[in-house]
Design a protein around this ligand. Structure first.
Ligand code: ADP
Ligand code: MG
Length: 449
């Protein structure tokens, strides 16, 4: 609680964590990871919370883009806090170091924070993921293992991040002296770039190379970023030589990644496993386990089975459903029946029964530009076809869960780097060209109803 004397009160760790969770939900994992996760609460003076950040870049960015939101979320959870001040991490004096113990900082400035829910205990195993699970456990318990690196790939929301973080959590618990570095590839790129800008590249390299276990999530993100790939390549070679364990995840197999050949072959050189889309049984067992988080809900197995049958895309969707049902029942005190659930989740269920296919996207986009679908699939390179083709590829990436190689295949077996280029191009154009942006907004409305 705040002491109100202006002498500096203590900061409630749980409340702080809650504000972080809110910020993550509000701005998405990427923004959170790149900027907000570096925040550490430092001291409370009167009603102002000082938050420390590692460098001026972070301070400036947050100040310019996220400040209102940070203030809002912090004020919502931390009693008596009405304002926030961003400060640079001071070089740590022993006294401060002691004070900071209430908030164990990440072991290094690079690792992403772990979600405490992502443990092996909370991971439900079924046929689609049993092999990945076994491999992950094996690494966590016996690293360094003979399969190095372990590469886990699969679609969105199938548990890759959960498994990687479960390894990290397990190792930190059972072998506290081992250095575990876990980060998203996006963070890797970000930390790499900022370390160059701030002249701290040596420290960056050192952190990665001193890892006993290095884990990089969503490795596809380094595609197209040459310097980061180069750095990754050297780190990889160094760690392999030293027999340190590495684990990576990606949205497709190493062979299908839009990465340099020498990197693909290295990613392929250990054990490659994939998580398959969930089957009904796995969805049900996940729902059974997650529903324990809501004991007051009294949700029956019949209702859970209904959800498992009808919500088939990803666990996120299942979780979303439970949260929504819980929120509703919390207020209305109604019993959870199939009818209620059907009403409540109308949108989700409709979405699940009618997902936009890549074929539809191609047809609707072609139509919009007065072309035929076959034009988009053709090899013709005239501008009046190239741009619509790129738009269609972009929309496929945006609203389906398909990977770049899958999209490339749907466009008559093009190379996935072409799709990647298209996605970047249109992303950039949307920001500069109001007409294209309006076209896409219209197409999205048509496609998503
Ligand atoms: P990915 O990284 O593959 O996109 P995540 O690991 O982020 O997917 O998983 C999405 C959500 O689903 C997370 O909340 C995660 O805990 C949950 N989840 C995924 N697979 C399982 C599973 N087998 N058991 C329990 N929860 C799971
Ligand atoms: Mg993930």
């Amino acid at each position: 609680m705040v002491d109100g004397t202006g002498m500096g009160g203590s900061i409630d760790e749980t409340a702080w964590q809650k504000s972080l969770t809110d910020l993550k939900t509000k701005h998405g994992e990427k923004t959170f990871d790149a900027w907000l996760s570096f925040m550490e609460p430092k001291s409370l003076t009167g009603q102002t919370l000082e938050i420390a950040l590692p460098n001026a870049l972070h301070i400036n960015y947050i100040r310019a883009n996220l400040m209102q939101s940070v203030k809002g979320c912090v004020a919502a959870h931390l009693d008596g806090v009405h304002d926030v001040r961003l400060v640079l991490h001071a070089t740590r004096s022993p006294v401060k170091a002691k004070k900071r113990d209430a908030f164990p900082p990440p072991r290094d400035q690079i690792s992403s924070p772990l979600d405490p829910r992502y443990t092996f205990d909370n991971f439900m195993v079924g046929r689609p993921n049993e092999f990945s699970y076994a491999a992950a456990r094996r690494v966590a318990e016996n690293f360094p293992t003979e399969f190095n690196p372990l590469f886990i790939h699969g679609g969105v929301g199938l548990g890759k991040t959960h498994l990687l973080q479960a390894i990290a959590a397990h190792v930190r618990q059972t072998r506290p002296d081992a250095r575990v570095v876990y980060l998203s590839a996006e963070r890797f790129v970000h930390a790499f770039v900022t370390s160059i800008q701030s002249g701290k590249i040596a420290a960056f390299k050192q952190t990665l190379r001193s890892a006993d276990v290095l884990m990089i999530d969503d490795i596809q993100f380094i595609a197209g970023k040459e310097n980061s790939q180069e750095e990754f390549f050297h780190t990889f070679n160094f760690l392999i030589d030293e027999r340190r364990q590495m684990v990576f995840s990606g949205d497709c197999s190493p062979g299908d990644m839009a990465l340099e050949e020498r990197i693909r072959s290295r990613l392929n050189s250990g054990l490659v496993v994939d998580v398959h889309p969930m089957d009904y049984e796995l969805r049900l067992s996940i729902l059974l386990s997650k529903s324990k988080l809501y004991p007051k809900l009294g949700i029956t197995e019949e209702v859970l089975a209904y959800l498992a049958r009808n919500l088939t895309t990803s666990v996120r969707e299942l979780e979303g459903a439970l949260i929504k049902i819980n929120a509703h029942v919390d207020i209305s005190h109604q019993a959870v029946t199939i009818d209620l659930v059907r009403d409540l989740l109308q949108d989700m269920l409709r979405g699940a029964s009618r997902r936009t296919t890549m074929r539809e996207i191609q047809t609707v986009t072609a139509d919009h530009y007065g072309l035929k679908r076959s034009d988009l699939l053709s090899r013709r390179r005239v501008q009046k076809i190239v741009r619509p083709r790129q738009v269609a590829m972009y929309i496929c990436k945006l609203i389906t869960t398909k990977s770049l190689p899958e999209i490339a295949r749907a466009f008559d077996g093009r190379d996935h780097t072409t799709v990647m280029y298209a996605v970047r191009k249109i992303e950039a154009l949307r920001k500069e060209d109001a007409e294209i942006d309006a076209d896409i907004a219209l197409l999205l409305r048509k496609l998503q109803g």
